[in-house]
Design a protein around this ligand. Sequence first.
Ligand SMILES: [Zn+2]
Length: 396
Amino acid sequence: MVDNSTNNYRARSRMLDVIRKSAPVTRPALAKETRLTSAAVGLHVASLLDEGLIEEVGYGESIGGRMPVKIDIARKSNCTLGVALHDGELLGNVADFGDHSLFMRRERMRPRDTRQQILDSLDQIVEQALGLIAKHQLRQRHCVVAISGHLDAQTGRIIDSVHFPKLNNFDVREHLLKQFNLQCEAVYVTHAVFCGVLEGDMRNEHVGLISWNTGVGWTQARGENLQFTNANPGVRRISHLKIRPDGGRACHCGRSGCLESELGGLAILQRLAETGEAKYAHLDLPGLAALAQAADPTVVEMLSGCARELGQHLAPAVFLSGAKYLRIETCLGLDHAVLVRNLKQGLAQCMHADQIDALDIAVVPDADAALLKGVCRLARGIFFDGGMIRRLREEM
Ligand SMILES: [Zn+2]
């Protein structure tokens, strides 16, 4: 039996990390990589097999004697649960450790829904997800709830939600623990989308993500561990960077003229309404996106102008982050090529042409899918590496 002392816990984490990164791997290879004795490796492997966290998946090459058994993370029998509260929607997802989505529910909330109605929908989605997990006898390892708006760094409480103001001061961790005995972590939507788009070569490079929806979000990292390197304080709260020195629109943060309150989707809706044209009087974001896709000249011009300004104000963050990849997640409907072109024009006001040319810039094609994938990846990451959520918090 393996006890729960700190040393054992560390050895076990080290082993899991090696298995996760180098799987399938044999016991002798594990001993070599972790510098643990073969006896210790044997004990930990037995314990992890017992917990269903790893499985034996075949044989490695023999170096004389028996062929060693190869070990991998049990990808199909372990899963994570993810929920996103974003842009007036509740999204629920269950993914196995091989990144396959097994469950997906979406519930559109209306602005007049009460707090209780929102929570009922949340509970219903979680209940359905847990039902599916039980039915397929999966082992649910961790849960992440991604929330747009702001979270209290210490408690994870929603403190400044644009989409779900009725959930302000709501503690999602406490709620899910009480309702379902479910351990969860609350994270920003932007971080979750970010985790969902990290693929292939991007996993080892500096990447910046702009999310341009109701508001404006920015996140950056290197590698899959989301090491935020927001050394510049201006980068940290970039959505509330003051871009209109002499006033500007009131922002939900209590100030005015912020990047978000000037260039976010809600500001664009306001500006369109102010044109006095009847067709812009009662637009919502899906309506705005539909007009943009139908190439409505006023809408396209306004979005293009905002994209340029966005590029201009985000250029220092892009430059300082050393980003090699830049990804944009947006629901505003502007044609991807037009968006990238205008963003580049904005960046060019603060960056050299060769610096912009060196950037790989693209729009995230399916932000919802990226969001859900990211939520589950984060949950898995937290399960394997509890430190990740701490690092995230430190950067908030
Ligand atoms: Zn603000």
